[in-house]
Each structure stands twice: as C-alpha cells, then as structure tokens.
Ligand binder design. Structure first.
Ligand code: ADP
Ligand code: ASP
Ligand code: MG
Length: 470
C-alpha cells in the first residue's frame, strides 16, 4: 500500500465537465495536484446527460424506443465536440468510436426496454451508466493530451454492490478489495486512474448497478476509503458547503469546517452539494473530504473532518428539501399498546422507503418522507393498522450545528423568526445537532431566507453563528 497511502481522490461533478473549457479546467487541477502526489480521478456524466438518459429510458419503456434514442444525439455530439477541441487526431477517433459503440449499445438496450424483454430496473441502470462510461473515457484522453499518464478504469470492477438497481448498496469488503486490486497497480506505475462515479456492479449477477442520483460523490468516498487516501476532493460549481442553498439565499457563505455528523445531516436534509452517503466510508477511515469550486479553485472551500472541533453556540447551516410528503396515522389501538410502531415501520421496510422525521403522540404518529415511488401501496398497507391521511406539497427545513447540543434558546429563536409560517412537524434530531421541521412547500424559501438572515446576517445577534476559521 505504500504507493497508495498518499493518493488524493479528485471527483468532478457534471458541471465540472460540462464542456471543453470545463474539461480543461479539470485537467489543469489534476495536473497541479499530480505534481505533489498520486491522484485517482472520479468523474460524473457530462451535465444533463444522466437526466437525458433517464428520460430516454422512460420513453422507451413506454414504447417509443426510436424517438428515445434520437433524443440522445445532442449529448453524443457534446462528447465529440470536447474531443475535437482538446485531443489529437488519433484520440479523437478513439473517442468517436467509443461514442458510436455507446450509440449502438444504447439503441439495443432501449429496444429491449420497449419490449420489456429484461427486468426494467436492470436495463435502466445499464442505460444511465453510459454517461459515466463516456465521460471517464473522455477525461482520461484529455489528461493524456496534457502529457499526464492517465487511463480509464472501469468503476464496475471496483465498486461491488447488492442488486437493488437504482440505489444499490456497496459491499464494503468486496469494494475495498476490488478497488485496491484494480487501481493499486496503476497507481504504482505512476498512472492516474480515471473512473466513472455512480456506476457499479452487482456481486451476485455482475450486472451494472447505480448508487442513486448524485452517487458519484459516494464513489469518491468509497475509493478514498479503500485506498486510505490523504483526502477526497469533491470539485463542483459552488465554493464548498454554504450556510444555505445559494439558489435560495444568494448571501450564503462558505463554511470552512464541518464535522462528519454535521455534513451527513446537511446532505441528508437537502444540501445537494454532497450525496448523503459520501461521508460514511470516509468517516470510518478518517479521510477528510474537501468540497471545492472547479470554476474558482482559489475561492474558499469546505473541509469535512472526522470531528471538527466543537464550536459552542454555533449554528452552521440551514438545509431544505422540497417534494416532501407527510403521513398522519391515528389509531386508538396505539393507546398503551406494544408493537404499534414496529408494525408501522415494518410497512416502510417492506416497501424499502426511508422515513425522514417521525413524531408520536398518545394515539397518533406523523412521518415525513421524500421517496413516493411506493406511497400508494404504503398507504394501503398502513390502513390495516391505522387511519391514514397524506399531505403532499410539503418541505423540510433543517438547522444544523454541533452547537445545538448545548445552546439554549435556539428553538425559540427559530420559531419566533418564522412565527407567521405554519409549522407542521418538529423534530430535534436524535443526533442532537439538528432541528428539523416541516412547512408548506410554498413557504419554504421565505422561511430559509429569514432564518439565514437571523442566524448569519445579523451582526448583533446573540446567537450569531460563528462559522469558525481555518
Ligand atoms: P455536482 O454536479 O458537482 O455533483 P450538484 O448539482 O450535485 O453538483 O451540487 C451542487 C449544487 O448543490 C449547488 O449548485 C447548489 O445549488 C446546491 N446546494 C444545495 N445546498 C447547498 C449548500 N448548503 N451549499 C452548497 N451548495 C448547495
Ligand atoms: N451522473 C449521476 C447523476 O446525475 C451521478 C452524479 O452526477 O453524481 O445523478
Ligand atoms: Mg452532485
């Protein structure tokens, strides 16, 4: 392992490889890091390509496989354009032949989807995997064109999962072993492995699986953990993790340091900049995760450490998530009875649906969830044990900070700031570092902006969030 001890894993998201200029920026960043230490690169599909592949798949599954395939042409062209702008002739030809092969294989897979001749979840993963297959091929060639020894590595030979298509769970030992076996020799030779994020393969069948939307971050975390890397860098389109989503709060600022627990809560409750599971493999091996801006590499960034020092009286950030549903369950049977909650959670387990917030009273339970793929079936099953009411169009707001453990008065401050907005469920997170609540979706942006102003923009605030320095 001596040669891999010092590796940096550099992950580039879709917008960091959206066009030729972005590829050039990514290559310059890799080149600079490579001067200091060995690098492993993880790359997402070019921006919007995964969405296009998913849309094509859905269209094909509905019967129109030819239209579906045609809609992908503009994205194939984007790959060729990058190749022509940045690569020498023979490498352009190699990329174009990879694009042609992808076009043929995708057309065949989309035809199968329209005929339903193979299980659809398996075909869907195969179809979307071409985004990362092509971007990794292209980025490896761009790195070579800059004189760096780089080679595409197949992520499906590294990340080994169960066969829950669409959101497969990596198997830790197999992934560690395969990742080291695949990448170790390349690193030892001084080659930069370039692998697609998000895509993996099933231990049982060998079929292509995916880790869930945004899963390239997760791949980077897994690879960093397997190689005991020095650091995992997530290169994206914002300057690190900010105090709120900058699309809602333009005043949001970079948070220099986060603890793993804080980062995990933020990611889970909507800060899309990090996939919720990224943190986990890194935590265990104590590998720091740095989130940086590929368009402004010198801008401030965020480092997530195992246990960023506790900063008392600190609120670090506000995350929010829309598209949330709330289920209210009421049953007199709950009064003094054992096993009621278990019966409820068994229903969610059966339908493999995650619950975000849970609150209980004497005779009722309310839960919030985001994944509605099985909502009708869940409601049907729950009706066997309780009266069920479903509210849609809700959003969660989550305030995160290690300081929430110890600081009195934060809840009072939060709810007085938004006292005219109806709050539907409240949970002081079990981890003690978050305060989460549900509001109507149409009020969420206003709630987040006001809370941000109260905690981060008001210089005289007693609870002024000290977001700490480097
Ligand atoms: P990538 O394609 O690089 O993986 P994503 O689109 O998945 O990038 O994530 C970056 C986006 O996350 C940002 O553009 C931003 O709008 C959003 N985001 C949401 N919450 C936050 C936050 N607290 N800090 C930074 N970005 C956030
Ligand atoms: N390309 C995948 C997606 O769009 C994975 C990722 O970008 O992280 O979800
Ligand atoms: Mg992402």
């Amino acid at each position: 392992m001596a040669t891999t001890l010092q590796t940096t894993v550099m992950k580039f998201g879709g917008t960091s490889v959206e066009d030729a200029r972005a590829f050039e920026r990514a290559a310059a960043l890799v080149s600079r890091e490579r001067d200091a230490r060995p690098v492993v690169v993880v790359v997402s599909a070019m921006s919007r390509f995964t969405d296009a592949l998913l849309a094509a798949f859905q269209r094909a599954a509905g019967g129109g496989h030819e239209d579906a395939a045609n809609a992908l042409e503009e994205h194939f062209a984007r790959h060729s354009e990058v190749a022509r702008a940045l690569l020498p002739g023979e490498e352009v030809a190699a990329v174009e032949s990879a694009v042609d092969e992808a076009r043929r294989e995708l057309a065949a897979a989309l035809r199968e989807a329209s005929e339903h001749s193979r299980p659809l979840p398996e075909l869907q993963d195969l179809v979307v995997s071409y985004g990362e297959q092509l971007s990794s091929k292209l980025l490896a060639a761009v790195l070579r064109a800059r004189g760096l020894g780089a080679r595409q590595a197949d992520a499906r030979r590294c990340v080994i999962t169960d066969d829950e298509h669409g959101r497969a769970a990596p198997l830790k030992e197999e992934t560690d072993r395969h990742t080291r076996a695949e990448l170790g020799p390349l690193i030892a030779e001084g080659v930069i492995p370039v692998l697609g994020g998000f895509i993996a393969s099933s231990a049982a069948s060998g079929a292509t699986t995916t880790l869930g939307r945004g899963g390239s971050d997760y791949t980077a975390g897994l690879v960093g953990a397997a190689l005991h890397s020095r650091e995992v860098q997530i290169w994206t389109d914002v300057s690190g993790v900010l105090t709120a989503d900058p699309r809602v709060v333009p005043e949001a600022r970079t948070i220099p340091r986060l603890s793993y627990a804080e980062a995990a809560e933020l990611a889970y409750f909507g800060a899309k900049v990090l996939h919720p599971k990224t943190i986990l493999p890194a935590v265990v091996r104590n590998v720091p995760v740095r989130i940086c801006n590929s368009r402004a590499p010198k801008a401030p960034d965020t480092v997530v450490f195992f246990d960023a020092e506790m900063t008392p009286r600190t609120v670090k950030a506000i995350a929010h998530k829309t598209g949330v549903h709330v289920l209210h369950l009421t049953s007199a049977r709950m009064l003094g009875a054992y096993g009621f909650l278990r019966a409820i959670f068994e229903v969610f387990e059966r339908h493999r649906t995650e619950v975000d917030i849970v609150t209980t009273s004497e005779v009722s339970v309310s839960l919030s969830l985001e994944d509605t793929s099985s909502l009708e079936a869940i409601a049907e099953d729950l009706k066997q044990i309780a009266a069920v009411r479903v509210e849609s169009g809700r959003a969660t707001v989550c305030i995160v900070g290690e300081g929430l453990r110890t600081t009195p008065g934060i809840a009072g401050r939060v709810f007085s700031t938004i006292k005219d907005i109806n709050v539907l469920l409240i949970s002081q997170g079990a981890s003690n570092i978050n305060l989460t609540f549900v509001v109507e979706e149409r009020h969420v942006a206003e709630a987040v902006r006001r809370l941000h102003a109260a905690f981060f923009e008001c210089a005289t605030s007693e609870l002024l969030a000290d977001i700490g320095g480097h």
